[in-house]
Design a protein. Structure first.
Length: 219
């Protein structure tokens, strides 16, 4: 059964809900200037309260960053008690090695190109991430977007990643299409943010039905 990650969280209520629904990972966006950005101070407060409620056995916590100094990233990791760092910019493998925590590396899948070319290019990038010991997260490439786009790509691209390799599938996933996405791509984990929102805010009902849709697969 695929695991799931709820990203772009900004309040304790939805953090606790996502965790209670079985989310393996909870994501907080520290990228400056984006809609779901959360301050380090706010995230620290939410995470501290969350840990007080659930103890040490809760979901893994992920911070999203893009083209920020590794010193800043590591300070946030320590301040907030993050388990993983998700990198969405142009960070090199040498940068990844300096991160204090697990690394999730975004692989941006282009659209509108020859499928075989796209598959070859994507698999090459995924191999680099896996060989470094990081986890690739596949999302749609969209000009002007550092992080997630809320739009999907051809899941057949991800389906070509050899079995047994951990990867996260993101981009345009919703409660209504996540089962099909998992069936096609067979990811280790799926990631959602926009797909569990209403008018730009996290929707508790959508979080619940997304988690139910993932859990129902294979049952």
């Amino acid at each position: 059964m695929s695991k799931f990650k709820i990203c772009g969280l900004r309040d304790l209520k939805n953090v606790v809900l996502a965790s209670n629904c079985g989310a393996e990972m909870l994501g907080f966006v520290f990228v400056s200037g984006v809609r779901r950005e959360i301050s380090v101070q706010t995230a620290r407060k939410i995470i501290r309260e969350y840990r007080e409620l659930v103890g040490s056995n809760g979901s893994d916590l992920v911070g999203l960053f893009a083209n920020q100094s590794v010193n800043f990233v590591n300070e946030v990791v320590e301040t907030c008690g993050l388990d993983y760092v998700q990198l969405c910019g142009e960070e090199s493998p040498e940068y990844w090695d300096k991160v204090n925590g697990g690394v999730i590396r975004q692989v941006k899948v282009p659209i509108g190109q020859d499928l075989e070319v796209t598959i070859s290019k994507t698999l090459s990038e995924v191999d680099v991430v896996l060989e470094s010991g990081a986890i690739p997260i596949l999302d749609r490439k969209e000009k002007g977007h550092l992080g997630g786009t809320g739009k999907s790509f051809n899941w057949d691209v991800a389906a070509n990643i050899p079995d047994g390799n951990k990867f996260i599938l993101a981009g345009g996933l919703t409660p209504s299409n996540v089962a099909e996405a998992i069936d096609v791509a067979n990811p280790w984990m799926v990631d959602v943010s926009t797909g569990v929102e209403t008018e730009g805010e996290k929707d508790q009902y959508k979080i619940e039905i997304f988690s139910s849709a993932v859990k129902a697969i294979g049952n």
